[in-house]
Design a protein around this ligand. Structure first.
Ligand code: HEC
Ligand code: HEC
Ligand code: HEC
Length: 442
């Protein structure tokens, strides 16, 4: 009896040792291939695509009670965060790079429960260094946040014309509204802080909060749901929107502007062969918007090498911002603006929201533009430059303060609660992002 037990024990130990040797020794090897392929292979070998895939390859025990549903839920959250399997390739985007950067730097992936069952699915030093090197090469900057350039190229004469049009009430049907009515350049380029949603012509209200026009040229697309490709196309929208500048056509707007002979001449000299048209009016406005950058905020001075530009509380806030994965979606030059993400990865934002706000098509997010079910509740990640100046927050203007916004982000995007200290330090970091522009009075 004792002998059989010993043999059984020996066999068990042998199998365990064989699995360990296999997992740690042979199974994980980095192929001799171009570095992108190496990275894909490393992710595959560490089971990253088990959860982060549109077509998750759940292990056999996912049908077992307790543990099964848990892993399935992880996979469900994981793919809503990022579908690494389809995104990690030669043309990987900035946001996925910052997500990988976070996963590698903080060693949180795979999830603890998964790792307990699947030993060895954690990056080793060699794997980390291959991925880190690849991220650096692809992204071109070290930190997940990068500085705003001091200047951008633009055509000064067209921008000057565009500035006058931005402030020109003749674009609106009744001559009362300008772009600047809702994008107050002195205050932060968004609407006044007491406006949850903007008020346009005849005091009509729109469905969403006005984002800032500052640094909007760095956005991947324009609007919360991305329906405009660029700034020029965006500028066509408000002018003919019945609740913004009036129920009118661009032909009507151009006819009205053409009554101004000096303006017509200016267009003819700046846009030879085109003159004053829908394309050139919106083109000039977009040219002006290019100048609305806000370089040299205190945090940028810090990134440029002035270590005293921010204090220790603000620096701790930046560390917390990175550690808590805020800098994954909020990455790049404007800490956002580069991707569309689900607002409700954890929990149902819209069920929890104040009942005074009725659910409307703007709340569908990206789906209201693409019509695809999988885009429901995806919103363009707003940039966080000058965020201290642009209250209220979120696409529906629900939150008045940054404290509330940061807590809600942790709840709905990360399924966790931050400590009061973490929230305060992150908010103090966000306050260092207010930059400089001649129009800003601060
Ligand atoms: C068992 C499922 C599971 C596996 C396997 C898994 N993840 Fe995740 N992953 C998640 C979940 C759940 C989240 C959501 C964020 C959270 O809960 O912290 C997530 C979030 C992420 C994120 C975005 C947030 C962040 O922390 O940066 C990245 C990047 C990521 N995982 C990378 C990886 C990589 C790389 C691997 C392979 C080593 C991996 N994951 C394996 C479940 C998984
Ligand atoms: C009545 C208020 C109002 C007026 C007038 C107005 N806007 Fe807006 N603007 C908004 C709102 C609200 C949004 C967000 C709409 C959405 O995403 O669906 C917005 C979005 C934008 C965006 C996109 C920013 C981003 O991050 O996606 C830009 C750029 C912009 N407006 C520029 C302009 C210009 C240029 C004009 C004048 C031609 C103008 N706006 C007139 C309220 C207004
Ligand atoms: C999975 C992507 C993702 C993560 C992670 C994330 N955010 Fe966001 N963030 C968003 C999206 C999307 C919105 C827009 C929400 C909306 O439109 O209602 C947003 C909005 C915000 C806003 C409001 C900005 C404005 O102008 O309205 C702040 C502030 C913010 N996030 C900070 C944070 C902080 C701090 C963290 C970390 C605790 C974080 N975010 C993590 C995607 C993310």
């Amino acid at each position: 009896m004792k002998k059989t037990l010993n043999i059984a024990l020996c066999i068990l130990l042998f199998v365990a040792a064989a699995i360990a040797v296999y997992r740690f020794g042979f199974r994980k090897s980095i192929p001799d291939a171009p570095v992108t392929q190496q990275v894909v292979s490393i992710l595959k070998q560490n089971d990253c695509f088990v959860c982060h895939s549109n077509n998750p390859k759940l292990p056999f025990y996912s049908s077992f009670p307790i543990i099964g549903p848990m892993i399935a839920e992880h996979a469900n959250h994981a793919v809503r965060f990022t579908d690494l399997e389809s995104k990690v390739n030669e043309n990987i985007d900035e946001v996925t790079l910052s997500m990988l950067d976070h996963a590698v730097s903080y060693g949180m992936m795979p999830t603890t429960e998964y790792r307990l069952i699947h030993w060895g699915t954690r990056f080793n030093r060699m794997e980390k260094s291959v991925i880190a090197g690849w991220i650096k090469e692809k992204r071109g900057y070290d930190e997940p946040v990068s500085v705003i350039p001091d200047c951008v190229e633009y055509d000064a004469a067209k921008a000057d014309l565009g500035e006058r049009l931005f402030n020109d009430p003749r674009i609106s049907l009744d001559g009362t509204i300008t772009c600047a009515t809702c994008h107050v350049l002195e205050e932060g380029g968004a609407d006044h802080a007491d406006e949850r949603v903007s008020e346009g012509i005849n005091s009509l209200k729109g469905g969403v909060n006005a984002p800032t026009v500052y640094n909007s040229g760095f956005n991947i697309r324009q609007f919360w749901n991305g329906r405009a490709e660029d700034l020029r196309e965006q500028a066509e929208g408000p002018a003919t929107n019945p609740v913004e500048m009036g129920d009118q056509t661009w032909d009507q707007i151009c006819d009205r502007l053409r009554e101004d002979k000096a303006l017509v001449e200016e267009f003819e000299s700046l846009y030879p062969g085109e003159g004053l048209t829908r394309m050139t009016v919106t083109g000039a406005i977009a040219e002006f918007e290019k100048t609305l950058i806000t370089p040299n905020c205190r945090f940028d001075l810090y990134l440029k090498g002035d270590k005293n530009a921010i204090n220790s509380e603000e620096l701790a806030g930046y560390e917390n911002f990175k550690k808590n994965a805020c800098a994954t979606c909020h990455t790049g030059v404007i800490l956002g603006g580069r991707s569309f993400e689900y607002l409700d990865i954890y929990g149902n934002y819209f069920d929890d929201r104040s009942k005074e706000i009725e659910y409307n098509s703007d709340d569908d997010g990206l789906k209201s533009f693409t019509g695809k079910d999988e885009d429901l509740h995806k919103f363009k990640v707003p940039g966080l430059r000058n965020v201290a100046l642009t209250a209220p927050y979120f696409h529906d203007g629900t939150f008045q303060t940054l404290d509330e916004s940061v807590k809600a982000m942790a709840q709905y995007e990360l399924g966790r609660e931050l400590t009061e200290n973490e929230v305060h330090s992150i908010v103090s970091f966000l306050n260092t992002l207010s930059g400089k522009n001649p129009h800003l009075t601060n």
